[in-house]
Design a protein. Structure first.
Length: 276
C-alpha cells in the first residue's frame, strides 16, 4: 500500500467515525437534481508526504495523473483562466459565457507585481527567489485575492503554496480551504507534489517534504458508499515517478515530461455525482 493510500484511508476513516455532519444546515453546494449536497467533515487536517522516499499517488483507485498535471500546467505555466487552454473538461461547468472561469487560479498567478528587482508575477517571483534567495522565508504564492473574488466563478480551493529550502531540499506546504475527499484529494496531492518536483529540478535542488493543510476536509453524503468500498481494498506499492531530467526551464515542462512506472490501481465501479 502506498503512503498516499495510508493517509487517504486514515483521513476518510476519521471523517466517517468522528466527523461533523452539516445535515440540516443551509449549504451552498447542491446536486444536479437540486437537492442540497451535505457533507461530513473534519477541520484542520494535515498530511505529510516525503517526496524523496515515494511519490504520493493512490492505488485504491486510479488517479488520472496526466490530466491532473495538465490542469496544473494550465494554472502555473499558462496562467490561464480560459477552458479552451485546458486539455480536460474538469472546469466546463464553471465556465462563463466568455469561456473563462473569471479572475481565478491562473489569472491571479499571471498578475505582475512590483519588486525592487523588477516586475514579476507570483510564479516568476518564486523561481527567482529559489535561485537567488533560497534562505528566504517569504517564498510563497497566494491566489485568494479578495479584491477579485466577486469576479471568480469559483473561489480558489487550493489557494496558497509556501516553499522552504532546507539544506539542498525543497519543502512545500499547500494550503487548501476546502477538500472533496473522493473527487479531488489525490488529484490535488499529485499536482502539487509534481509542482514541487518541477520547482526543485529547475532550481538545482532535491525534493524534500510536501505538506498538505486542509481547513475543511469532507466527504459528500452521496459519496459515502464509494468511499467505504475503497477503504475495503488493499492498495499496491507506489509507482516510480520519472521526470525528464534534462529540463532546466520551468516553462519547458509538458504533461509528457513525466511518467509513472509500474502504476497499479484497483478498478472503481461507481458513478461519482458532482456537487456544484
Amino acid at each position: 500500500m502506498s503512503r498516499a493510500d495510508e493517509l487517504y484511508r486514515q483521513t476518510c476513516i476519521d471523517i466517517l467515525e468522528n466527523g461533523f455532519s452539516d445535515e440540516g444546515l443551509d449549504v451552498r453546494p447542491h446536486w444536479a437534481d437540486g437537492t442540497p449536497a451535505h457533507t461530513i467533515k473534519k477541520f484542520g487536517v494535515v498530511n505529510r508526504y516525503n517526496l524523496a522516499e515515494e511519490f504520493p499517488i493512490m492505488t485504491l483507485r486510479r488517479t488520472y495523473w496526466k490530466s491532473a498535471i495538465d490542469e496544473l500546467l494550465w494554472i502555473w505555466q499558462k496562467k490561464s483562466n480560459r477552458i479552451c487552454d485546458l486539455g480536460s473538461h474538469v472546469w466546463d461547468e464553471w465556465a462563463g459565457e466568455d469561456g473563462t472561469i473569471g479572475k481565478a487560479y491562473g489569472y491571479q498567478l499571471g498578475i505582475k507585481h512590483h519588486y525592487k528587482e523588477g516586475d514579476m508575477d507570483q510564479v516568476d517571483r518564486v523561481l527567482y527567489d529559489l535561485k537567488h534567495n533560497p534562505a528566504s522565508r517569504r517564498i510563497l504564492t497566494n491566489i485568494y485575492n479578495f479584491e477579485d473574488l466577486h469576479e471568480m466563478n469559483l473561489y480558489p480551493c487550493a489557494y496558497s503554496m509556501t516553499f522552504n529550502v532546507t539544506g539542498n531540499k525543497l519543502n512545500a506546504i499547500l494550503n487548501q480551504r476546502s477538500q472533496d475527499m473522493l473527487t479531488a484529494n489525490n488529484w490535488n496531492v499529485v499536482q502539487y507534489a509534481v509542482l514541487t518536483h518541477m520547482m526543485a529540478q529547475v532550481s538545482g535542488l532535491e525534493v524534500g517534504e510536501f505538506v498538505h493543510v486542509i481547513a475543511d476536509c469532507h466527504i459528500y453524503d452521496r459519496h459515502i458508499p464509494a468511499v467505504k468500498a475503497m477503504l475495503e481494498k488493499e492498495g499496491f506499492d507506489a509507482p516510480t515517478f520519472v521526470m525528464d531530467k534534462s529540463i532546466d526551464d520551468f516553462y519547458a515542462f509538458t504533461k509528457n515530461s513525466f511518467s509513472m512506472e509500474n502504476y497499479k490501481f484497483h478498478a472503481f465501479d461507481f458513478e461519482i455525482p458532482m456537487a456544484i
